[in-house]
Design a protein around this ligand. Structure first.
Ligand code: PXP
Length: 237
């Protein structure tokens, strides 16, 4: 099973100061050294975290799977065709949201999705759709021509006890149906060091896409060394 690491969260910290650090491209190279099989970046319409420059540099640096998350718009399709990531994941996008809050609303935008998917696939780039677990959404993903789906695990991640078991079951069913229809099945959103095991052990899942919890942990496991290095500089001055 592959692990794709989402480095938007590093760009979010950078943009808090609108400076040059931390650089998501440097974070990507370290994530790959740590064993990441792929790097994900979400270029939002408002460029609130990742920038075009990040995507272009990542394309040069990342030799494993570069996954571009994007809205199904003309502007983003043009960028994808130009930069040529290894795969595209189409996601819904709302300006006000803190992060992608749910899967795509597929029913109302079949034609736009079909056209966008075909344009990207014609350039040799496989397309995944970020969808909620209901089976109907898996069926529509097949109908509009996607190669893959990424099942939204947010509800599973946020639930507890019996409710979490129920959400896990819905993800499992979605994966099973996707595979049966010939779609590759990924999963992601809200996965962390406590809840990942159940999802990682679902048969038929191709890969997991994880961002926040990995970057959050990196901050904590890295603070001690970062302070020691600054202290060393000060003491040597
Ligand atoms: N998959 C998709 C489509 C996403 O939009 C995100 C959020 O950036 C993730 C996976 C990763 O979610 P998280 O940051 O909660 O791990």
């Amino acid at each position: 099973m592959i692990l794709g690491v989402n480095v938007d969260h590093v760009a979010t910290v950078r943009e808090a100061r609108k400076t040059f650090e931390p650089d998501p491209v440097m974070a990507a190279t370290l994530a790959i050294l740590g064993g990441a099989d792929g790097i994900t970046i979400h270029l939002r319409e408002d460029r609130r975290h990742a920038k075009d420059r990040d995507l272009r540099l990542l394309r040069e640096v990342v030799q494993c799977e570069l996954n571009l998350e994007m809205a199904a718009t003309k502007e983003m399709t043009r960028i994808a065709l130009d930069v040529k990531p290894d795969m595209v994941t189409l996601v819904p996008e709302k300006r006000q949201e803190l992060t992608t809050e749910g899967g795509l609303s597929l029913a109302g935008q079949r034609k736009n999705l079909k056209d966008t998917i075909k344009r990207i696939q014609d350039a040799g780039i496989p397309v995944s759709l970020f969808i909620n677990p209901p089976i109907m959404d898996v069926d529509i993903s097949k109908e509009v021509g996607a190669d893959m789906v990424e099942i939204h695990t947010g509800l599973y991640a946020n639930a507890k006890g019996k409710k979490q078991e129920k959400e896990l079951h819905r993800v499992m069913e979605a994966v099973k149906v996707a595979n049966k229809l010939g779609l590759l099945a990924n999963a992601g959103h809200g996965l962390n060091y406590f809840n990942v095991k159940n999802i990682a052990s679902i048969e038929g899942v191709r890969g997991l896409y994880i961002g926040h919890s990995i970057i959050a942990r990196a901050v904590l496991v890295g603070i001690e060394r970062a302070v020691r290095e600054m202290k060393g500089l000060i003491e040597k001055s």
